[in-house]
Design a protein around this ligand. Structure first.
Ligand code: AMP
Length: 219
């Protein structure tokens, strides 16, 4: 049966950074819904243009559109053994749809690491975050700076500040998280899948805890 790991946590807590590390360590595919929307936007697809109208406001893209996009992504061969889901599900309806999809793909959600940090930490991190244009690699001006100014260490592409990392939108994204996504914490806790991780520490320490949480479940 395929193994799916859902990374839960507020914007800026480090889900993307940690998902990349975990994907390298486990060999599972990394699926970031935000990154898929940004790729669509870069390619100016209809989906990308639609998603942008929500993303720029810090709102969630409607469930049906998001679920269809993830469904297509999960059906690809690199997800046969499972995947690390970063940013999906983000609503109870998406969590329900995920359960149904995974039954079909002979998989299940094994563990849900919930990475948390105080709001002040999130705001500070998002305000100093730089993202790579090519692959979405993530850096931070203060805590994880690139080796060369505004260039990605991994692929040399330009680093930019995401529009939705600007202060006004960040506030809304955090509100939306508390309102629409945080009910999933209890949902997965009730299902015995939640593992809480302190995300206010260094990338390495968080990565170590995550690996332990994930291994306990599926080794
Ligand atoms: P992220 O890269 O995860 O911070 O996502 C960036 C933006 O993409 C979010 O603020 C939403 O507008 C949109 N988005 C990403 N994932 C989802 C999702 N699962 N459901 C709805 N909207 C999403």
């Amino acid at each position: 049966m395929a193994t799916f790991i859902v990374l839960l946590g507020p914007p800026g807590v480090g889900k993307g950074t940690q998902a990349k590390i975990l994907s390298e360590k486990t060999g599972l595919a990394h699926i970031s819904s935000g990154e898929l929307f940004r790729e669509n936007l870069k390619n100016q697809t209809e989906l990308g243009k639609l998603a942008q109208t929500y993303m720029t406001k810090g709102e969630l893209v409607p469930d049906d559109v998001t679920i269809a996009m993830i469904r297509e992504r999960l059906s690809r061969p690199d997800c046969k053994k499972g995947a690390i889901l970063d940013g999906f599900p983000r609503t109870p309806a998406q969590a329900g749809a995920l359960e149904a999809m995974l039954q079909e793909f002979d998989g299940r959600v094994d563990v849900v690491p919930f990475i948390k940090a105080a709001e002040g930490v999130l705001i500070e991190r998002l305000g100093t975050r730089w993202t790579c244009r090519a692959e979405g690699h993530i850096f931070n001006e203060k805590t994880n700076p690139p080796k060369h100014d505004k260039k990605c260490d991994f692929d040399g592409s330009d680093l930019y500040q995401r529009d939705d990392d600007k202060a006004e939108t960040v506030k809304r994204r955090i509100e939306v998280y508390y309102k629409q996504t945080s009910p999933l914490i209890d949902h997965y806790r009730d299902h015995g899948k939640l593992v809480e991780i302190d995300g206010a520490r260094s990338i390495d320490l968080v990565a170590q805890d995550l690996l332990v949480a994930v291994k306990k479940q599926y080794v």
